[in-house]
Design a protein around this ligand. Structure first.
Ligand SMILES: Cc1ncc(COP(=O)(O)O)c(C=O)c1O
Length: 372
């Protein structure tokens, strides 16, 4: 393992012997009597693989399929139960309760902070600027990368910064982070902290991915999911991509049988050539619908601002958030309040739905406009 990564890893994780699960310890055999499985499944059927058996620890076919899709090696990849498990796993692997902290950049996805705090790990906010871009100066200060800030960073009560969570395209603002700013943070983090980029929405703007930098930056971790552009939020399937030393550590901590067999089958369908083509078509359709929705929203007087985004949702600022949400709920239309987030006063986020859902939304907004 790289020296600096070893220094970032708590001793108890370094010395941990992972659970020797039945599937992990032996890979070939005819008579499997090592996992207290049932010899048969009464009346429940699965396409491939017998459900009376535990699944593979990391299903080879899924590893190979996603590695090929994303352009990484299989030893740079871990399959997880959605990005949410990836976030949890990174914090659980690298951060010690009460001793370490993570940084997140609000307004952003809420789970970085919650996942840290549920583990007794401090979450430090370095808010995005008014343009929803990174505050590189503050991030460099907290990383102690300039000589002036080094003393400041290390004097912070002995709490060590281990992980920096960035999100691009960012939820709920919808835009991508400036590439040069992200690279400055990767450089400043160097051998001191891991920089995790959540690419949940990357298929909507694939050219903005950081996966291509994995070999250049051993401190980079990229999170991906099948929940968004692939349309499989119900599947709970995500991926961590990173240097193989980081993946090896995460493999020690993840549960022994994380990926259910039906998930493997369905994820493989999604990652087949026709599956990827369908996803790309859906991305095109959703992008066109987002643009049409943006135009329709521009006509409402209670919408003060529509923020340009690249993903499958739109962030808007409105005159009266509480009244709008309450009105829409009565009509059965549910949108997401974001006004509690730093820098997003009076903002709500609306997902791009089906044409029928969008029509219903626009009708409801028209009624709200007239009724005010
Ligand atoms: C930025 C971001 N990351 C991660 C997730 C959760 O992803 P998953 O369904 O893969 O756990 C979401 C879901 O909304 C998200 O917006």
């Amino acid at each position: 393992m790289m020296d600096w990564l070893e220094a970032l890893t708590p001793d108890y994780i370094k010395h941990l012997t992972p659970y020797a699960s039945a599937r992990r310890s032996v890979s070939a055999g005819d008579v499997w009597l090592n996992a207290n499985e049932s010899p048969s499944v009464p009346g429940v059927h699965n396409q491939s693989g017998e459900l009376n058996r535990y699944p593979d620890f990391q299903p080879e076919v899924l590893l190979t399929g996603y590695a090929e899709y994303a352009g990484v090696a299989t030893d740079q990849l871990l399959v997880t139960r959605g990005i949410d498990e990836g976030i949890d796993l990174l914090i659980g692997t690298f951060c010690e309760a009460g001793l370490d902290r993570i940084v997140y950049t609000p307004p952003t996805y809420g789970m970085y902070k919650i996942a840290a705090e549920t583990k007794g790990v401090a979450a430090c906010a370095i808010p995005l600027g008014s343009d929803f871009q990174l505050d590189v100066e503050q991030l460099e200060v907290i990383l102690g990368s300039s000589s002036a800030s080094r003393a400041l960073a290390s004097s912070a009560s002995g709490i060590v910064l281990k992980l920096i969570f960035l999100c691009s395209p960012n939820n709920p603002t919808g835009g991508v982070l400036d590439r040069s700013a992200v690279i400055s943070v990767l450089d400043a983090a160097g051998e001191k902290a891991l920089v995790i980029i959540d690419e949940a929405y990357i298929e909507f703007i694939p050219e903005a991915s950081y996966v291509g930098l994995l070999s250049e930056y051993p401190n980079l971790v990229v999170l991906r999911t099948l929940s968004k552009a692939f349309g499989l939020a119900g599947l709970r399937c995500g991926f961590v991509m990173a240097n193989s030393d980081i993946i090896q550590l995460l493999r020690k901590v993840i549960a022994p049988y994380p990926i259910p067999m039906p998930v493997v089958d369905l994820a493989n369908q999604a990652l087949s050539r026709p599956g990827i083509r369908l996803m790309e078509e859906a991305v095109g359709t959703i992008g066109a619908m987002r643009k049409s929705m943006e135009q329709q929203l521009a006509g409402f007087s209670f919408i003060l601002e529509t923020y340009p985004g690249q993903a499958n949702f739109i962030l808007i600022k409105v005159k009266d958030v509480v009244a709008l949400i309450k009105f829409l709920v009565q009509l059965g239309v549910i949108i997401r309040d974001q006004s509690f987030q730093t820098g997003l006063e009076a903002c709500v986020r609306i997902s791009v739905g089906s044409p029928r859902e969008t029509e219903k939304l626009i009708q409801a907004l028209q009624e709200f406009e007239v009724g005010k």
